[in-house]
Structure formats: C-alpha cells, structure tokens
Design a protein. Sequence first.
Length: 277
Amino acid sequence: MLKIGQINPLKVVGEFPFGYQLSHSEDDRSIVLSEETDQPLAVDSEVQAMVYTGENGQLAASLATPKITTGQVKVLKAVGVTDFAAFFDWGLPRDLMVPRQNQAMPVNQGMLYPVYLYFDEATSRLLGTTKLHPFLSENGVYFSPGQEVDLIVCGQTDLGYKVVINQTHLGLVFSSDAFKTLRVGDETTGYIKQIREDGKIDVALQQVNASGRDALQQAILDDLEAHGGFSTLTDKSPPEEIYAHFNVSKAAYKRALGALYKQHKIKLDKQKITLVE
C-alpha cells in the first residue's frame, strides 16, 4: 500500500527531461521525482523515496531524508510566513505548509515549533499543525508510573511544561519537577510520575520511584569513595552545580543525602559530606 508522507519502495518507470516517473506496485497513480540525483536512475530500478503532495496535490517523491513523516511530532523551523499559512523546513524540496487555522499561536519566521504531520483527506494534501490536541491522546491508561519515555516540550503554562510523550500522548511536567531550564522544542528523556484519576499524565525529568532513589544514593557513595571520602557538594550547594554533577534536582539530592544520613553512611555539615568508615 502506498503511504503518503512516508518512505516507500518505488519503481522507476520512465525518464523525463525534468526528472523521473515512479510508481508503486499497489497503486496506479503516477509519482514524479523532479530533483537532481547523484547518479542517473535506470528504468525498472527500485528506489526508497519519500512520497509527498506537491503543488495542486499531485504526488511527488524525494530521495532526501525527511525530518518528519506522517503521525510524528518533530521540532521544525519556520522559514516563511504569509497571511494564510506558515511554511516549515522538513528536509524536502517543497516546504511544509501549516495553514493559519492549524496554528496554536501565530508563527514567527526563524523560530522552532513542534509540528505534527498528517494527510488531510478533505484537501488530499499533507499538512502540518502546531495544534497537537486533536491528534494526541491525554489518557495515560497504557503508561505505568516510573516508565521511561521520550519527551518533546511543546508549551508552557502557569503549572509547568506541556510535553509530547512517545509521539502519541500529551502530558505535563510540573515546574517543581523541571530541575533544568526547558524551552519549547527541547527533546529529552523523562519518566511517568503518575496517572491522575482523570487519566491525564504527569511526567518527571528524573526517576521518582524507589529504584531511582536507591541509584542516586549509590551514586553519591561511589562519588565519595572516588574522592577520598569527602565532597563539598552539600545540600546547601547551588542547584545547577548539583545537576551538573549528578543530573538530578536539588530536592532529589537533598532527599538522598537525608536517607544516607539516617542510614549512618555519611556525616553532614555545612561545608562538606564525609563518608562514614
């Protein structure tokens, strides 16, 4: 089956002065490859090409690797803006159009935005949208607390940051769980913190279950042993220094120090941490 907006196996069936005519084994529509190729393509040879909709909705192909395919959210750069649409670089000869009605907020040229790519049945065109809610679920029934996920930051609210989870869902990272600066378009790893009663998904940037806490405690002990049993990175240290060293928030670091202190594995004072012999 020919998949518009995806890379497909195609056969070269003809050559024109301006390019090649391609076809798919299960579709009788003509597909035109008009870009220059590194090497001439022989008739009856096969290529792997991205199929997209060109001007007037005709099918076009490109041998370039696209930055996004249908059903994906990717961070793309706006390269042009008009009264009716914005245009994004998606790695193909023809820029991706995001109509004005598909824009969650006005698009500014040169800025990066998370964009979802879909095939619009009404117009028979590939279109982009920065309005993600119609395409991504907010119900976390298939996720489990502590599960590692891939995140794309897609917005900011008074509570924290809206994120795309594994290309399929939307969730929220509360400001208190964002121990590093986040910007719209950032891609990072996160962990499911909880699934709320209404099904919505809370995400943290670090593991918050028992195994995560235990791993941090062991990392602190290993670091002390590697530095002669002493460390000047205390619970009074700046958050950015703690994050640079252990990749965790100051709150998580303080909890781990408290647990190790209660276990009599370390001694604490304002200037240093000491490993108990």
